[in-house]
Design a protein around this ligand. Structure first.
Ligand SMILES: CC(C)(COP(=O)(O)OP(=O)(O)OC[C@H]1O[C@@H](n2cnc3c(N)ncnc32)[C@H](O)[C@@H]1OP(=O)(O)O)[C@@H](O)C(=O)NCCC(=O)NCCS
Length: 163
């Protein structure tokens, strides 16, 4: 019997940029599109999940700004996408566990996420927080959002994991 190809989560490289771009672009409602140039420039902040040589999942992270000393640094998990045909096969969970492990070495105060799938992130150990507690995120990202007039009317749920 033929063995099923295993899932491998690894750091992304430049040759993964187009695969990452397509995975993110497949979810225009759930995810902010990211230009190829942005993906390439931040490729060191992406993990991919590979199956049989194909990229079937992606996740990235970014560090939110702090004024002065980084006393309560927050890292945001973003651009999490799993190939549609492979959803509910554990790829998302593998990626989130790996990205938490990667972020943990930075010793942040918290990991945050803004998401339309709070149930999934609850299973990963995140809890809901008031959006107003993430003002730096709102200023950095939501301020440029054209989908909703205000982050407070946007249906995305703010979640955090304390470290
Ligand atoms: C959300 C997403 C990443 C989940 O990935 P996945 O590979 O399907 O998830 P997994 O198979 O690893 O699921 C892990 C657990 O979460 C549950 N789960 C997965 N998707 C879920 C959802 N949409 N709602 C509720 N629970 C969900 C699974 O049932 C599983 O539960 P179990 O451990 O009790 O069996 C994937 O559906 C996706 O790419 N969605 C579109 C993009 C998106 O919304 N990204 C998140 C933006 S922050």
């Amino acid at each position: 019997m033929k063995k099923k190809p295993e899932l491998i989560v690894r750091n992304a490289g430049f040759t993964d940029a187009e695969g990452i771009y397509s995975l993110i672009k497949a979810y225009p409602k759930e995810l902010l599109a990211r230009p190829l140039s942005d993906i390439a420039q931040n490729i060191d902040r992406f993990l991919v999940c590979e199956k049989g040589g194909a990229i079937v999942g992606v996740v990235s992270w970014s560090i939110l700004p702090e004024i002065g000393h980084a006393r309560h640094p927050s890292v945001e998990v973003k651009s999490l996408a799993v190939q549609k045909s492979l959803r509910k096969h554990g790829v998302g969970a593998r990626l989130v566990k790996a990205v938490i492990e990667r972020i943990t070495v930075l010793h942040p105060s918290q990991i945050i996420v803004l998401t339309f799938t709070p149930e999934f992130f609850r299973k990963m150990g995140f809890h809901e927080v008031p959006k107003a507690s993430l003002m730096h995120k709102l200023y950095m990202g939501c301020i440029n959002c054209a989908k909703y007039d205000s982050p407070f009317t946007c249906p995305e749920v703010a979640m955090a994991m304390d470290m």
